[in-house]
Design a protein around this ligand. Structure first.
Ligand code: FEO
Length: 382
């Protein structure tokens, strides 16, 4: 596939892997993107996951049309992009590897002395002249590993963005937002400050096309994708509304959550209700970062809280959850303490505003807890 006259897509689609990076469900697959720049110095941008080395080398071979690559740029050493490097180097021993010093260390960690190709070491901001195309390397540490750099081609105004702007899903025509948000929050969400820093650096460059390592080529409306990345990485809510995330053992906590949803909808709020036991965690976490308000409803369990809620809160705090209004519903048949435990677990998060109206359900809803849910709905809407 041609991206510009000189830049070709040579990536692969993965529709077999069940858990990406060992933990994210990818029902619609994912792509591992790689690109070829045809110029006086023919240049490959990254490799692909090791399960697809043969397919990728075939794509590369067709695109090369009999030429030999002069350079391969390694932007990110995570194996979904670098695992095919050794076999590539065996096939093209004279191709130089263009990488920063940190990436070269990692190449040694992964491949020992099995790679004997020469290196070109690049510094932050350095430019490599391919003939017509000039590549500028912009270091982007922790987006998503420390060695990551993105690459700007000033000739075609293309940003090779490494993992940034990637999304789950192998179909290039599928909508971007939901699966890009889940990818971003899940994988890079902890590193908002580093993404903000990259966005500031990238603002100096006019960008017509974004070539990520996952998902579709973004050609038009790039400012919208950049705006969403700015929101996500600054922990700014994207949607005014309420996520109610609950766990329920016998259905009573679910009833409380559904009643709150009903009251909130009557007041004109946008509400999403998620059963944490039946929703894969990364979908739930992405929704928590999307909405401006969150209500957590769970039971006391083994002197703690129900495991799905405990894990959910861990995923939020691990990713620097902040800047939200929080409501709490607890249930306990004899000694409800879930609200205090949830408050303690969230205590390290910045700028959370806890609703004063906490709801306590003792086993099942009664007139007192129903009134408390009404009061909570009033407070959430204020
Ligand atoms: Fe797609 Fe951080 O690797």
């Amino acid at each position: 596939m041609e991206i510009t006259k000189d830049i070709l897509y040579i990536g692969v689609k993965d529709t077999n892997t069940d858990l990406f990076e060992g933990q994210y469900k990818i029902p619609n697959g994912i792509t591992y993107n790689s690109y070829l720049i045809k110029d006086k110095k023919t240049t490959v941008m990254d490799t692909v996951d090791g399960k697809f080395t043969d397919e990728w080398l075939n794509n590369l071979n067709s695109a090369l049309e009999g030429t030999i690559p002069d350079y391969i740029v390694i932007q990110h050493m995570e194996p979904d992009h670098s695992a095919s490097l050794k076999i590539f180097c065996e096939k093209y021993p004279n191709t130089k590897i263009v990488a920063n010093a940190k990436a070269q260390d990692m190449i040694k960690h992964y491949f020992g002395d099995m790679i004997s190709n020469g290196f070109i070491t690049v510094a932050n901001g350095e430019t490599l002249d391919l003939g017509c195309h000039k590549l500028t390397f912009i270091f982007a540490p922790m987006v998503h590993w420390p060695e990551v750099m993105v690459t700007y081609d000033s000739t075609d105004c293309v940003l090779f963005s490494a993992d940034a702007f990637g999304r789950f899903g192998a179909d290039e025509n599928a909508p971007w937002d939901d699966e890009a948000r889940r990818y971003y929050i899940g994988i890079v969400g902890k590193y908002g400050a580093q993404v903000q820093s990259l966005l500031k650096k990238a603002a100096d460059y006019p960008i017509k096309t974004i070539c990520s390592l996952h998902g579709p080529i973004l050609r038009e409306g790039n400012s919208r994708y950049i705006e969403l990345y700015d929101k996500w990485s600054s922990y700014t809510p994207e949607t005014e509304g309420v996520l109610i995330a609950y766990t329920s053992v016998y259905g009573h906590t679910k009833e409380a959550a559904e009643l709150l949803k009903k009251y909130l909808i009557e007041k004109g709020e946008t509400v999403k209700l998620i059963d944490l036991a039946r929703t894969e965690w990364s979908f739930a976490v992405a929704e928590a970062f999307r909405f401006s308000k969150i209500v957590l409803a769970t039971t006391t369990y083994n002197n703690d809280i129900f495991p799905f809620m405990r894990q959910f809160i861990d995923h939020l705090t691990e990713r620097n959850f902040q800047n939200r209004k929080v409501g709490l519903i607890e249930n306990g048949s004899w000694a409800p303490t879930a609200a205090k435990i949830m408050t303690d677990k969230l205590s390290g998060c910045k700028n959370l505003t806890f609703c004063e109206n906490k709801v306590t359900v003792k086993a099942a809803l009664n007139s007192q807890s129903i009134d408390a849910i009404k009061s909570l709905s009033d407070e959430i809407c204020n």
